[in-house]
Ligand binder design. Structure first.
Ligand code: FES
Length: 107
């Protein structure tokens, strides 16, 4: 298990234990994290799993993929340099403590 921390718009932090080799999106949905809608179920077509990654974690996550990059231009909340799609982040032990902020809206 890998600990992932979500911070909502009111600065409330919630920590979940995510299964390794799952995605951050599926872990969030399975734990009922509000703010991750994930309409497409992780097929990279809805952008409703948008998250803002704590800057310190960006190098660990690596580069945004081409499809993810295009989809990030369609997010409901403003795209920022640290925007990512939670369904495209694979959970690994290296992400233990990964901290993500939830956008104010997903649709
Ligand atoms: S769940 Fe639809 S793009 Fe991530």
């Amino acid at each position: 298990m890998t600990k992932i921390i979500f911070i909502d718009g009111k600065n409330r932090a919630r920590s979940i234990d995510a299964k390794n080799n799952s995605t951050v999106m599926s872990a969030a949905v399975n734990h009922g994290v509000g703010g991750i809608v994930a309409e497409c179920g992780g097929n990279a077509i809805c952008a409703t799993c948008h998250v803002y990654v704590d800057e310190a974690w960006l190098p660990t996550l690596g580069l945004v993929g081409e499809d993810e990059d295009m989809l990030l231009d369609t997010t409901a909340a403003i795209r920022r340099p640290n925007s990512r799609l939670a369904c495209q982040i694979k959970v690994t032990p290296a992400l233990d403590g990964l901290t993500l902020r939830l956008p104010d809206r997903q649709s």
